[in-house]
Design a protein. Structure first.
Lengths: 316, 525
């Protein structure tokens, strides 16, 4: 049985009949492709409050077929902690009607650009989600939106993030369909979620951090790394940057810290606060790039030591 | 009961030579109810057995006429009688209603008390020297069992003396039920003269091979023991998984999600070899002629299909043979019938019958329900706390209730949905309506009652999916339809809070997260 496809809505202009069987029609849905969209991050540490601040901004690729409506960051941790920490700033109202997230989710304070326009989710899989409420801040193709801030007492680490398009364009078509209809997208895609890596609060096992080698274990602990986990890192062709997550020992002398990238001093990019962690992104080119870091520190015996690490990045 | 002085009756048969000869009867009829038509009965199941025999409940007995048989799996085999009324001076000479009075040389025996003994026993018909087996040794003391107190002169409403068959007793003939009577010329408080017997006729004591004979044999019924119905069986895996093939929705993979995607699991159809097996109490019976008959159980798994195609295609549920006859092999098993599950859940009724099981003339029949489905499915029913939920989706093809099966994690998802919608989308929303989930056993959910895969419901097969209507009710009772933006926001909330994934369907379709699904799939061999 053939049915009229355009059901009185101009938004349905792209709707095409693909197949027809009695009681069942296959309907085309518009693409929601948002490939190329990114989630920008920055991270700072307040040595007085002992709080890390992570800032995020959505950049919607100009080629996007739909606005971006949601993004999420994995905040799974290793151990159980209280989810609410009064030391952490936030401007959201947490719903008590919904179930609490896992107790191992990393405690955070959440600040959003315009309260009331964002649904914030503390998901059962320990993911922190942000969605435009009622499409109020959907990020249109080529546009950007920042102002999403997470505070945490836990240090930075590589986290998985997701970016999702608004599905309203498809829902408008679906609304006109009948029960029993099936759907296919214009581009044949089955998912438009973009998965990427960002820096966010993490819960690393200190015993598993890479110490860079080269010195005694006590001195090696002055500089440790969540990433990389080896001093020679082979990367994919075309890689242009790498984020080093460094942990500074509690007894280091900050003023002695130095960092060079292929011999060029980049010390100013680092903020060596004793006992803290930091995510620093370094640029890479084709070939070999060497990142050298060194710092003096005090051993348990009261003696001094110097931890010196060189990380070699290889981009074919 | 009337007394007919003109009628003479024969003495009751004695049954065995060990029974003392009876006093001759006269033309007197007993002015009593005797044990009143004792019969051997069998109760097939515990449900047939009387709950309160003393209150007149005799349950649902099946009569075992003399020469016929009971079965090994009968719940009880018993002697069942009617009332007994004691009237001094007339002791019945048989167990029949209107039986004449027992007499002695002085006419009707002068009895002041009477005493019945009931016995179920077994005598090996092939070995006259084998000991007589008292079937009630472990259950009842039948030797001289006192039916009523010697001091009691009131009516006994009936008697029921059961035995529970077991593998400990042999097949075949040799079983007998008997009722004995003794009387006493003395009242309970009368002095008994030295050397006199209190009870007459006196009990013949037991020998090495025969039980005692407590007085006069009033009645006897010989019967046989046949194998249980379980002696003919169908063996094999009786619960198979339906197949879930790689499938698409309208030419695209099954899923088209708002915030993620997945491929629905592909599940290989369950297979099994079925056998007809003739055996009882661990003893196989070869060369048993059997008949195997199967047919889909009507209207199971929600496939009522009122107005649709009622009879499933031959292999829709499973390719169980419809009709087979054959013989069991030396090990009591037939040749195997290989069976593969289809894509629909459902029940196939199997009946099997065997003849000459263990001995000529013994037959057994058995029924089996062969099922195809997913074992983890449970019914979703609204509880008092579900004030924000309603259910719908009932059709003539799949009536209300049959369309709401799933797993507990899906129930949790459903029960959070109103809160998610209210918190993240419409604060004025009160109530959501749950539409189709899966059928009771899962498998294809053919929306049109045609045993055909339905595109929009091709995923409603394992209990991991649920549809929620777009219409919701606010706190004033007004009904609203979600806008496309609200639908998206609702889906995004359910996804981001970790309850669900979504599929593109009408109405709104949610599916459990992968980890919830994987838990179930991992439990399947």
């Amino acid at each position: 049985m053939m049915r009229t496809l355009l059901r009185g809505s101009a938004t349905l202009a792209s709707l095409l009949l693909m197949a027809s069987t009695p009681g069942q029609t296959t309907v085309r849905l518009p693409s929601l492709n948002i490939a190329g969209s990114t989630l920008e991050w920055s991270e700072t540490y307040d040595g007085v409050r002992h709080v890390y601040t992570y800032r995020y901004a959505i950049h919607a690729a100009p080629t996007n077929k739909a606005p971006i409506a949601c993004f999420g960051i994995d905040l799974s941790g290793r151990i159980e902690r209280s989810m609410v920490d009064a030391d952490l700033h936030e401007n959201i109202v947490r719903s008590s009607a919904l179930p609490p997230p896992p107790a191992t989710m990393i405690p955070v304070g959440v600040t959003i650009p315009s309260p009331g326009t964002t649904n914030v989710f503390f998901g059962r899989q320990s993911a922190l989600g942000f969605c435009s409420r009622g499409g109020s801040w959907d990020v249109q193709p080529g546009a950007s939106l920042g102002g999403f801030i997470i505070e945490s007492k836990l240090p930075p680490g590589l986290r998985t993030a997701t970016i999702d398009p608004s599905g309203v364009k498809q829902e408008e078509v679906i609304e006109t369909a009948d029960p029993g209809d099936t759907f296919v997208t214009d581009d044949g895609a089955t998912s438009y979620r973009v998965t990427t890596a960002v820096i966010g609060p993490s819960d690393p096992d200190p015993a598993l951090l890479y110490n860079g080698g080269g010195q005694s274990s006590e001195v090696n602990a002055f500089l440790r790394y969540a990433t990389p986990t080896d001093n020679r890192i082979k990367l994919a062709t075309g890689t242009t940057a790498y984020t080093v997550v460094i942990f500074y020992g509690a007894t280091i002398t900050p003023s002695t810290f130095i960092a060079t990238l292929n011999g060029i001093d980049i010390t100013s990019r680092f903020q060596p606060i004793p006992g803290s962690g930091q995510a620093v992104t370094i640029p890479l080119g084709a070939g070999t790039t060497k990142l050298h870091m060194g710092v003096d520190g005090t051993k348990a015996s009261g003696g001094k030591g110097t931890d010196s690490d060189t990380l070699t990045f290889l981009v074919p | 009961m009337s007394v007919d002085a003109s009628t003479a009756v024969d003495a009751p048969r004695t049954g065995t030579a060990a029974v003392r000869a009876l006093p001759r009867t006269t033309t007197h009829r007993a002015a009593v109810e005797n044990v009143f038509s004792p019969t051997v009965v069998r109760y097939r199941t515990q449900l047939d057995y009387p709950l309160n025999f003393a209150a007149g409940d005799t349950g649902h007995p099946m009569t075992v006429v003399s020469g016929s048989h009971a079965q090994r799996d009968d719940y009880r085999v018993a002697i069942l009688t009617g009332p007994v009324t004691f009237t001094p001076s007339c002791i019945p000479a048989s167990a029949d209603p209107g039986a004449p009075c027992m007499t002695d040389a002085n006419g009707p025996v002068a009895a002041k008390r009477e005493w019945y003994t009931f016995r179920l026993s077994y005598l090996d018909p092939n070995n006259p020297n084998a000991p007589e087996l008292d079937l009630d040794v472990t259950n009842f003391r039948t030797d001289g069992f006192l039916v009523r107190s010697p001091n009691d002169t009131t009516t006994i409403e009936g008697s029921l003396w059961p035995h529970q068959p077991s593998c400990g007793i042999p097949f075949g003939p040799g079983y007998r039920a008997r009722v004995f009577i003794q009387y006493s010329p003395y009242a309970a408080n009368d002095p008994i003269p030295a050397g006199a017997d209190e009870w007459l006729p006196a009990t013949i004591l037991a020998t090495k091979t025969r039980l005692a004979v407590p007085g006069v044999l009033l009645w006897q019924n010989d019967w046989s023991l046949a194998p249980s119905n379980a002696a003919i069986q169908v063996q094999g895996n009786g619960f198979l998984r339906p197949a879930v093939e790689a499938h698409t929705l309208g030419g695209a993979p099954t899923t088209q999600t708002a915030t993620g995607s997945d491929s629905y699991p592909t599940i290989t159809a369950g297979v099994t070899d079925l056998y007809v097996v003739a055996a009882d109490c661990g003893v196989p019976f070869p060369n048993v002629p059997f008949t195997f008959l199967s047919s889909p159980h009507a209207a199971t798994n929600g496939h009522v299909h009122n107005g649709g195609v009622v009879t499933p295609p031959p292999t829709a549920i499973a390719d169980v043979p419809a009709f087979i006859t054959g013989l069991t092999g030396p090990d009591g098993r037939s040749q195997p019938f290989h069976v593969t599950a289809g894509k629909f859940g459902g029940v196939i009724d199997i009946g099997v019958h065997g003849d000459n099981i263990g001995a000529p003339g013994f037959s057994s029949s058995n029924q089996f329900a062969f099922m195809v489905g997913f074992p983890w499915l449970q019914p979703f029913t609204l509880i008092p706390e579900d004030i924000d939920l309603g259910t719908t989706g009932a059709t003539a093809y799949h009536p209300l209730g049959s369309n709401h099966y799933g797993v507990p994690e899906l129930f949790e998802l459903i029960r959070w949905a109103p809160t998610e919608f209210r918190t993240n989308v419409r604060p004025d929303a009160k109530k959501l309506t749950v539409n189709d989930m899966s059928l009771e056993l899962g498998g294809y959910f053919d929306l049109n009652g045609d045993w055909q895969a339905s595109g929009s419901h091709i995923t409603h097969r394992l209990g991991f999916d649920v549809d929620i209507d777009r219409f919701f009710t606010d706190f004033n009772g007004a009904v609203h339809k979600m806008t496309p933006q609200e639908v998206f926001d609702f889906k995004a909330a359910m996804v981001n809070d970790g309850f669900a994934r979504t599929l593109t369907e009408i109405p709104i379709h949610f599916r459990l997260k992968e980890e919830d699904i994987d838990k179930y799939l991992a439990s399947q061999p």
